[in-house]
Ligand binder design. Structure first.
Ligand code: PEP
Length: 249
């Protein structure tokens, strides 16, 4: 049985005081679903958050990391540094990293390798732009993003990968892919994986949907058979909204 996962990406939001307040709100929430819950604070908030949530089921994860072990990479953070504060999962390939920080498939392949070498789990993000969908090239765009960054891996490596389909046109826009569009793409992604690595790998893969998931639409999106969870941006900044999504399973 593949896992249900709901991960909150705080992006560049929350200073120390806001982060502490949101964490105590999160701790007050009741979880009624079986989903694994994760939050991705900024680097400055990672340490106190891992300490604060040590005895909680919420996993604290990173929004990004560099592929190098250490060295002259001003402003960057390595896998080893994340591991040293108890962070074992990292989001890679978010569309904002690709768009504003020029992250390429090649660079992402290196980051994925670095994470796996350090026994980290990766939430690997990808998704088409609006123009791709309008040109009906969305499936080939998504297939290439996955192949270019992940298809050098061994089948067993996929045990440490979670996929997150995030159509760029739906991120932070209030525009959501319809549950049918999400299901269609998730099914295509699973087939792409199955063609390359077989059904066992494909059927065990958790594929999350991201893009304006809110309490009001989560249940319908999560009801689709190939949607195994969500990567949540805006709605993850409010504890009640976030847990309404977590409990939508
Ligand atoms: C995201 O940033 O991964 C995301 C899905 O954001 P939002 O939920 O705000 O669209």
């Amino acid at each position: 049985m593949r896992k249900h996962i709901v991960a909150g990406n705080w992006k560049m939001n929350n200073d120390l005081a806001q982060s502490v307040a949101l964490i105590s709100d999160l701790k007050r929430q009741n979880q009624t679903s079986n989903a694994e819950v994760m939050i991705a604070p900024t680097f400055t908030n990672l340490w106190h958050t891992t300490e604060n949530l040590k005895s909680s089921p919420i996993e604290v994860i990173a929004q990004n990391m560099h592929f190098a072990e250490n060295g002259a990479y001003t402003g960057e953070v390595s896998a080893e540094m994340l591991k040293s504060i108890g962070v074992n999962t990292v989001i890679l390939g978010h569309s904002e990293r690709r768009a504003y920080f020029n992250e390429t498939d090649e660079m992402l392949a290196k980051k994925v390798d670095a994470a796996l070498e350090h026994n980290m789990r990766v939430i690997f993000c990808f998704g088409e732009e609006l123009a791709d969908r309008q040109a009906s090239t969305h499936e080939s765009v998504v297939a290439n993003q996955i192949k270019n960054a992940l298809f050098h891996l061994k089948a067993t490596d996929f045990q440490s990968i979670v996929l997150a389909y995030e159509p760029v046109w739906a991120i932070g826009t209030g525009e959501t892919a319809s549950p049918e569009q999400a299901q269609e793409m998730h099914q295509f992604i699973r087939k792409t994986l199955s063609d390359a690595y077989g059904d066992t790998v494909a059927n065990a893969m958790s594929i999350l949907y991201g893009g304006s998931v809110k309490p009001a639409n989560a249940k319908e999106i999560f009801s689709k058979p190939d949607v195994d969870g969500g990567l949540i941006g805006g709605a993850a900044l409010n504890a009640e909204d976030f847990y309404a999504i977590v409990n939508a399973f």
